[in-house]
Ligand binder design. Structure first.
Ligand code: FES
Ligand code: MG
Length: 591
């Protein structure tokens, strides 16, 4: 990539230095010089670098970016750019009702509108909390201005009574203890709060760590960016280096479309399996791929990822948290081990201006207890299974979190390994589940499959993380922590449940789950990647014929707009109309 600084004319100069339209140029310039900039800077022919600020009091997971801003701006200045920080619509995973997933596309829209409509030549995407990372990448993909991701980093490790307390993971564990009557409300609160000791995003390999690893694996950040804990000095240095680098990217005109290729997505799929990444990664990456115009399909996850081994010993699949992962080398160390096994495309371009292969030279695990080699992994076949059948066209299963206990109980019948048949109990959303899960008349036992529907993109709206349903208290007291669960929603990336989720199409738009009834027999066959309700074709068709779409109640204008335009999880849960807009930076808006 060549960085010839002479004779570059930037997009921002159409605003700030356009003698052909003195009226508008004067208007733009007078206001931007009233508080922060001088006329001389604005007309200095230097690139304007936007910094998309995702952190705030409402988004504590990303609030570190408020404090990193000095270093980002210093890097941009050092390299000859003019930094302009701007806010985007806030998304916080645990604070936003009905679900943060509803807002991913809203943050995406707000970023697209800012990048397209303001004098910006390149952008630093501040990322962290689950949906902020894909929303930022999706927006950058649509506009296709030079863009680089900067993660805020995970929190320090949490501790409770001498044991690591991981974000989310401790919630699931503590819920079980509460259900068993082993702890009270007070201890429940203290246990959960112990997992959040500092600035940063979730410290487990949940969706936040996963999506930032994905940004790095795609080549959209500097090498080593994603795993540095938020409070570490290395995080400050990374902010500065990222600020410096984006200016170079603008001079080189290195754009998302140069980086986000089909091969880059295949790399990300492989890395996701190796890190034990979240089941939220497929819809998010699918969305990024569609906005950049790369043809990716949900089945690519099984095709390219299933046989990749689990190499990261981090909760929820393993033991450690973010600090150990960082010290063991983080994402580039995992990728370095994958390079040795010839599992990655190395000639793909990245934000550094070098290929992925060049970036990864010399990287390997610094602690094989935390990041294993490819040959001696924690588990083999750690990727997702993509199931299909009469209940859905596709659904995901993260087989790497299937415990030995679960496998022995459900998937190890001699001569019938990997196959499980059971009776279905169906819930209409999380409220119905909470109301009825302990109802003895449902006759839930250890041979029951729990289903939840109406919780997909259109149904919830936004697709809820509720598929990892806890069994009834009586079953938990018998020591059974997981029943098989299935649903058209998602589950938290910090959950260790081997659920079958993201079922598409969802029930409320007439997907197969809509026709299932409590009491039906259902058969899961992991060898053939199928799941079917064992109902005769005639009966099934009669149920389809009798079905009426439920009436949906919107609470806000955005919920109604979202429902009208959103697609299914298997297609990334995008605003379908937005996927027609590609590389829009070439279409300058009117004055
Ligand atoms: Fe924000 Fe996990 S809740 S990162
Ligand atoms: Mg979540």
């Amino acid at each position: 990539m060549s960085d010839t600084r002479a004779n570059k004319r930037f997009r921002s100069q159409e605003w700030f230095d356009n003698p052909n339209n003195p009226g508008m140029t004067a208007l733009y310039t007078e206001r931007y010089q009233n508080s922060t900039f001088t006329r001389e800077e604005l007309q200095s022919a230097r690139p304007v670098i936007g910094i998309a600020q995702t952190g705030s009091d409402l988004v504590p997971c990303n609030k570190i970016h408020v404090f990193l801003m000095d270093r980002i701006k210093a890097g941009i200045r050092e390299a000859g750019g003019i930094p302009m920080e701007f806010p985007v619509h806030p998304i916080q995973e645990t604070g936003k009702r009905p679900t943060a997933a509803l807002d991913r596309n809203l943050q995406y829209l707000s970023l697209v509108e800012v990048l397209h409509g303001y004098p910006i030549d390149g952008v630093v995407l501040t990322t962290g909390c689950d949906k902020t990372t894909p929303a930022m990448l999706m927006g950058a993909a649509t506009v296709d201005l030079p863009a680089i991701a900067l993660n805020g980093g995970p929190m320090l490790d949490g501790w409770w009574k001498g044991k690591r307390a991981g974000s989310g993971a401790i919630v699931w564990e503590s819920r079980r203890l509460l259900a068993e009557g082993k702890i009270d409300y007070e201890e429940f609160m203290k246990r959960v709060c112990s997992s959040a000791p500092s600035h940063g995003h979730c410290n487990t390999m949940g969706t936040a760590s996963t999506m930032n690893a994905m940004a790095e694996a795609l080549g959209m950040s500097l090498t080593g960016n994603s795993a540095i804990p938020a409070p570490f000095r290395e995080r400050m240095a990374m902010a500065y280096e990222t600020g410096k680098r984006i200016v170079g990217m603008v001079y080189e005109d290195l754009k998302p479309s140069d980086i986000l290729t089909r091969e880059a997505f295949e790399n990300a799929i492989v890395v996701n399996a190796a890190i034990g990444g979240s089941t939220n990664a497929p819809p998010h990456l699918q969305a990024v791929a569609r906005h950049i115009g790369v043809d990716l399909h949900v089945t690519d996850w099984e095709k390219h990822g299933f046989d990749v081994p689990l190499m990261v010993n981090m909760q929820p699949a393993g033991e450690y948290l973010g600090e150990s992962f960082f010290r063991a080398g983080g994402v580039p160390a995992v990728m370095g081990e994958l390079v040795k096994a010839d599992r990655l495309h190395l000639d793909v371009m990245t934000a550094t201006g070098k290929t992925m292969g060049e970036n990864l030279k010399g990287w390997e695990s610094e602690d094989t207890d935390v990041i294993t080699t490819y040959a001696k992994p924690m588990r083999t076949n750690a990727g997702f299974k993509v199931l299909s059948g009469n209940l859905f066209e596709s659904a995901l299963m993260k087989t790497s979190v299937i415990s030995k206990d679960f496998r022995d109980r459900y998937l190890s019948e001699p001569g019938n390994e990997g196959v499980f048949e059971a009776r279905a109990v169906v819930f209409e959303g999380p409220e119905d589940y909470h109301d009825r899960i302990n109802d003895a008349s449902l006759e839930i036992d250890d041979r029951t499959i729990l289903f939840i529907r109406g919780v997909g993109c259109v149904g919830y709206p936004g697709s809820a993380e509720v598929v990892n349903m806890l069994p009834p208290d009586a079953i938990v007291k018998q020591g059974i922590n997981h029943l098989p669960t299935v649903g058209d929603g998602r589950q938290s990336g910090t959950s260790e449940s081997p659920s079958i989720l993201n079922a598409s199409p969802e029930a409320v738009v007439g997907g197969g789950l809509a026709f299932l009834q409590t009491g039906d027999r259902v058969r899961l066959d992991l060898n053939n990647s199928t799941m079917n309700a064992l109902v005769s074709d005639d009966d099934w068709q009669a149920r389809i014929d009798a079905w009426q779409a439920p009436e949906l109640k919107h609470q806000t204008p955005w919920q109604e707009i979202y429902r009208k335009h959103v697609g299914q999880l298997s297609d990334g849960g995008c605003l379908e109309l937005a996927t027609a807009y590609q590389r829009i930076r070439h279409d300058l808006p009117r004055d």
